[in-house]
Write a protein that binds this ligand. Structure first.
Ligand code: BYC
Length: 480
């Protein structure tokens, strides 16, 4: 079945109506989810009418419709990409065997862990972003934030469906726990580090959606080739929605850079290190933008786990989690005799070391992520060229500011020079925003609610959402 049943309480294309046990379990979870949304989702926004996209199908064309929706009434559905007839496992020791439609018992624990970790990030990001609507720089941006939030909510539904359908009582307990952990909570934090950081301002939000959502893309791409077909089909459809989240991030930062360049040009500011010259005109200086890149990129690199990992080797070997765009890689997809160059600390320097490829799966995915981020930097740096400004932003070195993996115990500059812990702490503010930088950014965060108007520190987007004109009222606050 690939038609989406929108008459049901939980829209779905998985024929939920014919599985009474599962339907009951999901319907019992629904009010708990709504309670969570109302208490942990976007604050004071329950009555806003938001111009949102809702998935109404799973075909690549025409899969979504746009319209005003109050967020608690959003149709969070369970949507799987269509099943591919005759699909075979594409990698690992089961390569060439038919994909599993049922849960492969021997891999139950590994799959449960992958699904729970993926599921945990979705509500975590909504929690991290819950106050941002209050300081949205425009109605356009507020709408984009809420769009990202409701779709992360849908991605939680996607994982909860897998847990409830395939993992019995354990799955139901895990589904409950996904609503019990809270981002940043001292006792019950979210599972992965970056999802316990705060997202206090919009520059952080745009950096998060650029970098951390891009980790989401990489991880979902790796799961989209899973030999466990329900996981592959679920994540494949999630990827359809993910593109917009990264667009919001990339173009958000681009618009901040654009505004800063305009201020610099207009007021004859030539020294990019002259913070005050830009700040005096309500913009965000380039040095601070660079520092925010350094933070969000490094924290996101940690999400790939240790570069050399038995967990990753096992899930690859089992055919559960592949590499980025696995089918397009030209090798035997089993990797038993291959090596992969992994950056490691040798003799006090960062060097590439040939490592068994199976254990270097995380390192490779992380490298692919870094390449993808370089493309984003090219886009951002193009803005300087169009303003004839001789400046470029850059990604920090992979060893910079790391808490997980090969570089967790070393201290490195933004260019990868290994230094002592004391020197790093002395120089930290060369690379990371200071409290006063962060306070300055916070001081700019004022809600702008006039349609078509934007805060002082960000320029207007090039085009509206779904072809809407500049003055379109993306969020109707009046009802609130
Ligand atoms: N923080 O062998 P290791 C997204 C744990 S984002 C805390 O190094 P492995 C989204 C690890 O759990 C994508 N703990 O790594 C974006 C393990 O603990 P246990 C989310 C960490 O397992 C924006 C131990 O360290 N999806 O969708 O190969 C908005 C050793 O693990 C961290 C996924 O990540 C950390 N950073 O890889 C919304 C996909 N890193 O089990 C959504 C599913 C590692 O020994 N998850 N640990 O107690 C995975 O594929 C893997 O679990 C990881 C870690 C890539 C996360």
């Amino acid at each position: 079945m690939s038609e989406v049943d929108y008459t049901a309480l939980i829209p779905n294309n998985v024929d939920l109506a014919s599985d009474a046990r599962l339907k009951r379990a999901l319907e019992a979870w629904y009010p708990k989810y709504i309670d969570w949304w109302k208490s942990m989702g976007p604050v004071d926004s329950q009555e806003y009418e938001v111009y949102l996209r809702t998935a109404v199908g799973v075909d690549s064309e025409g899969w979504a419709k746009f319209g005003y929706v109050k967020m608690p009434e959003y149709r969070w559905g369970i949507l799987l990409a269509p099943q591919e007839e005759g699909r075979k496992i594409a990698f690992g020791q089961h390569k060439g065997e038919p994909v599993w439609q049922d849960l492969p018992g021997e891999y139950r624990a590994m799959l449960r862990r992958l699904v729970v970790i993926q599921g945990d990030t979705e509500p975590a990001s909504v929690e991290q972003q819950r106050f941002l609507g209050k300081t949205a720089p425009s109605l356009y941006d507020m709408r984009n934030l809420f769009q990202v939030n409701v779709e992360e909510g849908r991605h939680l539904w996607a994982m909860v469906y897998l847990l409830q359908k395939y993992f019995g009582r354990d799955g139901r307990e895990e589904a409950e726990d996904l609503l019990m952990r809270t981002s940043g909570d001292a006792d019950k934090p979210r599972i992965l580090g970056a999802f316990n950081e705060t997202t206090p301002d919009w520059l952080s939000f745009f950096m998060f959606t650029t970098f951390t959502d891009r980790d989401g893309k990489m991880q979902l791409e790796s799961l989209a080739n899973s030999g466990w077909d329900p996981l592959a089909r679920t994540t494949r459809f999630m990827l359809t929605e993910e593109g917009h989240h990264m667009f919001v991030g990339r173009t958000g930062v681009e618009r901040v850079i654009q505004k800063t360049c305009e201020i610099m040009k207009e007021h004859g500011v030539t020294d990019p290190a002259d913070k005050d010259a830009v700040r005096n005109h309500g913009g965000i200086d380039l040095a601070t933008i660079q520092k925010k890149i350094n933070f969000h990129y490094s924290v996101t690199l940690d999400l790939f786990g240790a570069e050399v990992s038995t967990n990753a080797a096992n899930s690859f070997n089992a055919g559960l989690k592949g590499r980025y765009r696995e089918p397009m890689i030209d090798d035997d997809h089993q990797l038993e005799n291959d090596t992969y160059p992994v950056a490691r600390v040798v003799d006090g320097k960062v060097q590439l070391v040939d490592t068994p490829a199976l254990s270097a799966i995380n390192a490779r995915l992380c490298d692919d992520f870094m390449d993808d981020c370089e493309k984003v930097m090219l886009r951002w740096n193009r803005v300087f060229k169009t303003h004839d400004l001789d400046y470029s932003l850059k990604l920090p070195h992979r060893a910079f500011h790391r808490a997980v993996g090969e570089f967790a115990t070393t201290y490195a500059t933004d260019t990868g020079e290994l230094i002592s812990e004391s020197e790093w702490h002395e120089r930290e503010q060369e690379w990371l925003a200071s409290d006063s930088d962060l306070e300055y950014i916070l001081s700019l965060m004022q809600q702008e609610t006039t349609p078509g108007k934007f805060a002082s520190w960000i320029s207007a987007p090039r085009a509206g959402i779904n072809g809407q004109p500049g003055e379109f009222e993306y969020v109707k606050l009046a009802a609130a």
